[in-house]
Design a protein. Structure first.
Length: 344
C-alpha cells in the first residue's frame, strides 16, 4: 500500500480534518454523519480495500443501497452531494482518479420536496404561551422561558444552549449570542452568528421570573454560568429539544387530540416526549417564529439578523406564508397612499 492509498475510513478522516479550517463544528458533524454510511458500506464490501478500488459501478451500487434504505430524496441528495465533494477533494490530492467524481449521481430534489411545511402555527404558539403565562405553577419554568425565547427570537436551540446568565439583560431587554467554541458552546455560523437581539417586556418578565425562582444556580465545566441550567450544569442540546417537546404538548391546555389521558400517557415523560404526535421540535418553532415575524411586518432583513439566517434561506426554507399572505405583505404598507385626494 502506497502513501496515497487510503482506506475509506482514513480518507474520510483526512477530509474532515481538511474541512476544519473552513466549516463550523455542526457542519463537520453533518459531513461525518453523511459519510459514515458510505464508510460502513465500503468496509463490508469485498471489492473495496482502498479508495482507489472505487469505480462507477460501485458508486451506483452504493446509491441503490442507500435508496433502498427508505430515506427521503432530500436526505439522499445531501448524502450524495457530500460524497461528491469528498471525492473531488480526494481526486485533487491524487488519491483517486480525476474522472471518478464525475461518476457520482446526485439525485435532483422535486420542488415540492425541498421544504418541510410543518411548523408551529402562530395560533398554537399563542395558546401554549397563554397557558404558561396564566398558570401560576408553570409561569417562569425552564420550559416556559425556553419556549418564550425560541418563539420571540426565532433562534436555533444550539444558540440558546450557548447563552450565559450574563448574556441576558432585563434592563436593556436583550440577549447577546456569542461564539465560544473553546468552552464547547459554538454557534452554527461561528462569529457570523454573534448578535444582540431585543426582547419584549413580556419575554423579559418571564426570563426574570425564571432566573429568580427556577434557574439552577450552577456553573458548567468551564466555570461559566449557563442561562439555562440543570443540576449537572449546562444542558445538552438534546435536553433542550426534549423541553421543547414537553412545552408544546396540546394536553397542556386542551383535551388530548389522540384520546390519551395526561396522567397515564407515556409521552409526558422525558424519554418519550418526542414521540407525542402533536408536540413540535425546536426547528418547527423556529420555522413558525420566522413566518410569524414576517407576518407581523418585520422586514426580511431585520428577521434575518434576529434569527441569523440569510434572506435566501429564510424565503426558501423558513417563511411559510401563503401566496395570498405574501401579497398582503407587499401591498398593505402602501394602501394608505392609494387614496384619491379631493380637488382643492
Amino acid at each position: 500500500m502506497t502513501d496515497r492509498e487510503l482506506t475509506p475510513r482514513e480518507a474520510r478522516d483526512r477530509y474532515i480534518n481538511h474541512r476544519k479550517t473552513e466549516a463550523s463544528e455542526s457542519s463537520l458533524k453533518s459531513y461525518r454523519y453523511r459519510l459514515k454510511h458510505f464508510v460502513e458500506w465500503a468496509e463490508e464490501s469485498p471489492e473495496i480495500e482502498t479508495m482507489d478500488n472505487l469505480n462507477g459501478w460501485l458508486l451506483d451500487e452504493y446509491e441503490n443501497h442507500r435508496r433502498g434504505g427508505g430515506i427521503s430524496v432530500v436526505t439522499l441528495n445531501s448524502e450524495m452531494q457530500t460524497l461528491l465533494n469528498w471525492l473531488e477533494y480526494l481526486a485533487r490530492i491524487e488519491v483517486i482518479g480525476d474522472d471518478l467524481p464525475e461518476k457520482v449521481h446526485v439525485p435532483e430534489v422535486p420542488k415540492e420536496a425541498e421544504t418541510n411545511d410543518e411548523m408551529l402555527e402562530a395560533g398554537e404558539a399563542s395558546a401554549f404561551l397563554s397557558m404558561f403565562r396564566e398558570d401560576t405553577q408553570r409561569y417562569g419554568s425552564s420550559k416556559h422561558a425556553l419556549l418564550e425565547l425560541l418563539w420571540f427570537v426565532g433562534c436555533r436551540v444550539g444558540a440558546v444552549r450557548a447563552l450565559d446568565l450574563e448574556d441576558y439583560s432585563g434592563d436593556e431587554q436583550m440577549v447577546v449570542f456569542r461564539h465560544r467554541p473553546e468552552t464547547n458552546t459554538p454557534l452554527k455560523n461561528d462569529v457570523d452568528g454573534e448578535r444582540a437581539v431585543g426582547l419584549s417586556d413580556t419575554v423579559c418578565d418571564v426570563l426574570d421570573a425564571y432566573i429568580r425562582t427556577n434557574r439552577m444556580d450552577i456553573h458548567d465545566d468551564s466555570g461559566r454560568e449557563p442561562l439555562f441550567a440543570t443540576r449537572e450544569g449546562r444542558p445538552a442540546t438534546n435536553t433542550l429539544r426534549v423541553w421543547t417537546y414537553l412545552a408544546t404538548q396540546p394536553c397542556l391546555h386542551e383535551d388530548c387530540p389522540h384520546g390519551n389521558e395526561r396522567g397515564s400517557c407515556e409521552f409526558v415523560h422525558v424519554h418519550h416526549a418526542s414521540k407525542c404526535p402533536s408536540s413540535v421540535s425546536p426547528h418547527r418553532v423556529r420555522t413558525g417564529s420566522i413566518t410569524w415575524q414576517r407576518d407581523c411586518g418585520l422586514p426580511a432583513e431585520a428577521v434575518a439578523e434576529r434569527v441569523n439566517a440569510s434572506l435566501e434561506v429564510i424565503e426558501k426554507y423558513y417563511d411559510k406564508a401563503t401566496e395570498r399572505e405574501r401579497l398582503e405583505r407587499r401591498r398593505r404598507p402602501y394602501l394608505d397612499n392609494l387614496t384619491l385626494q379631493p380637488d382643492p
